[in-house]
Each structure stands twice: as C-alpha cells, then as structure tokens.
Design a binder for this molecule. Structure first.
Ligand SMILES: N[C@@H](CCC(=O)N[C@@H](CSC=O)C(=O)NCC(=O)O)C(=O)O
Length: 280
C-alpha cells in the first residue's frame, strides 16, 4: 500500500493510497478520512461508492463530508469506480461503460471477468484492508453512494446485511435491469441471461426481502435531475420497499440536479443518518 498524499482536515487526516489489488488484478486507488476521534479509539466506518466517471478523489474533494464525519467521529472510505488502463477493447470508448463504470459487481463474462470485480474489491478486499490498517470498527459499517454508486450501496447492503448496518443514497439507479446505463453494463459484464442481472438490481432484490433494514433507508433525489426519468426511477425502489415493509425516507427536492452541488447540500443529513445507527 503506497501513500500518495496526506492532509490535515477538520483536525483529522485525509489520505490517498494506491495498491495492487488481488480482486481486480490491477493497481487500485482509494482514500480514507480519519476523524479526530480515531486517534483515541476505533470508530465506525462509512464507505462511499461514487458514480460514473468518478475516482477516489471526487467525493473527498466535492462532497463536503469531512466536516460532518469529524463531528460524528466517523471514518470515510471511497475508492476508484473501476480498474483503469486495463487494455480491454472498448473499455475507454464511452463515459458510461468500462473504465469508471464498474457498477460494483463481479463481471462473469470475458474479457471483463478478469478484472472488473468491484463487488469483491469493495466488500472483501478493501474492507479487510481498512479493518487491518486503520482504527475502524468491524461491527459498525455503513455504505452510501451516488447514482451508479447509489445502486452499488443499495445492492451491496441488500446482499450483505451482515456487514452493513446502515445504507443511504443520493439519486441512485434503483432498477438497473430496466434502464439504458444498467442494460449496457450488465449485458457486457454479466452476459445475455437477464435472470442473473436481477441479483444486482436494488428494486428486484428488495422485493425478495422482508424489512432488511428496520432502522430505515434514506434517499435524496433532485427533481431537476437530467437522469431522473430515464435512468434512476426512484419510484421503482419506493414500491419495492412498500412491498417489503421496508421503512424508506425518499426525499424529492425541487430545483436540484444530479451533481455534487446537490450531494453536498444534503451530505450533513446523510452523515447524521448513518451516525444515529452506527454510533448507537
Ligand atoms: N458525461 C459527464 C457526466 C458524467 C456524470 O454526470 N457523472 C456523475 C455520476 S452519473 C451516474 O453514475 C458524477 O458524479 N460525475 C462527477 C462529478 O464530479 O460531477 C462526464 O463525463 O463528466
């Protein structure tokens, strides 16, 4: 693990790292914000999954989360959104597929299956690194994310409720099997059998559960989001939560679009939401 840079931030420490990943078989970058409380004892840890085109820097630079993480004593971790410079044909041709678009799943189809393994990377490899190398509590882990990363947060939390105690999202892709971004990625990474896609669709997963997160799920969605109707479809997840008896706070905000001005506006609420569960 190579330290790229380190910065004091709200009396805590913001660090950027690079390492050789055994999940993706490529170098990966990730970043960690350690709040001041982490100098004294282990703290809860909140993983942030970023959206299409983002890197491990996007959220740490634009999200404005460190101030609130310092107040609540929560460690923040985020990572690049895929392996990079893989040499796979077509991986760099479009901004919504391939590099920067790992979708937080393990690809099963060649050539993607050799390195597009972001589910294993986030859930196992990076979590193990964080728990071994940083003062993070293994029994207090939350996950949140934006857009493609909102899809990642919801699906990983639903697949691994024994790992993640809290989950929230900003403008998540909630039904990837039904929208162009998800269909483009899943058909390449998972192949033509659409029954396998449903294991990675938050709305489909929720329909097979019964109150998986009794303490609730928080979602914020801007109503001027350019991707709302075609790609995000929060009403699908809302209906699935209703059917699963899952408490959901889905807040629709007039005037907000899809970017980090929207995300940073509601960041304080998301950190407080996770803190109420993780610091209980
Ligand atoms: N084509 C543009 C826009 C890409 C974009 O909007 N990416 C979003 C996530 S979309 C769903 O996952 C994002 O978070 N961008 C980063 C940012 O700093 O706003 C492009 O290539 O940037």
């Amino acid at each position: 693990m190579e330290l790229i840079s380190q910065h004091k931030c709200f009396n805590g420490v913001q660090s950027f790292y690079k390492h050789e990943s055994t999940s993706t078989n490529f170098p990966m970058t990730f970043s960690v914000y350690e709040p001041p409380q982490a100098k004294l004892h282990k703290v809860p840890v909140l993983f942030y999954l970023a959206g299409l085109t983002c890197t491990d820097e996007t959220f740490m630079i634009k999200g404005g989360a460190q101030r609130y993480a310092a107040e609540h004593g929560i460690m923040l971790v985020t990572m690049d959104t895929s392996p990079r410079r893989t040499g796979i044909k077509g991986a760099g041709d479009s901004w919504d597929f391939g590099h920067g678009a790992g979708f937080y799943i393990d690809a099963t189809q060649e050539p993607w299956s050799a390195c597009f393994r972001m589910e294993s990377y986030v859930v196992q490899e990076l979590r193990n690194i964080i728990l071994a190398q940083f003062p993070a509590r293994a029994d207090r882990i939350g996950v949140f994310g934006h857009s493609m990363g909102g899809h990642g947060a919801l699906t990983l939390a639903l697949k691994y409720p024994e790992i993640y105690q809290s989950v929230s999202a900003f403008a998540p892709i909630t039904a990837p099997t039904e929208v162009p971004w998800g269909q483009k990625a899943f058909s390449a990474y998972l192949g033509p059998d659409q029954s396998t896609w449903l294991q990675h669709d938050a709305s489909a997963l929720m329909r097979t559960r019964k109150t998986p997160f009794p303490q609730g799920i928080l979602i914020d969605q801007g109503l001027d989001d350019q991707f709302l109707d075609e790609q995000l479809k929060p009403h699908q997840f809302e209906a699935a939560c209703w059917a699963a008896d899952q408490p959901l706070t889905l807040r629709r905000h007039s005037g907000y679009d899809h970017n980090y001005y929207f995300i940073s506006t509601f960041m304080q609420d998301h950190i407080a939401f996770h803190s109420a569960i993780l610091n209980k």
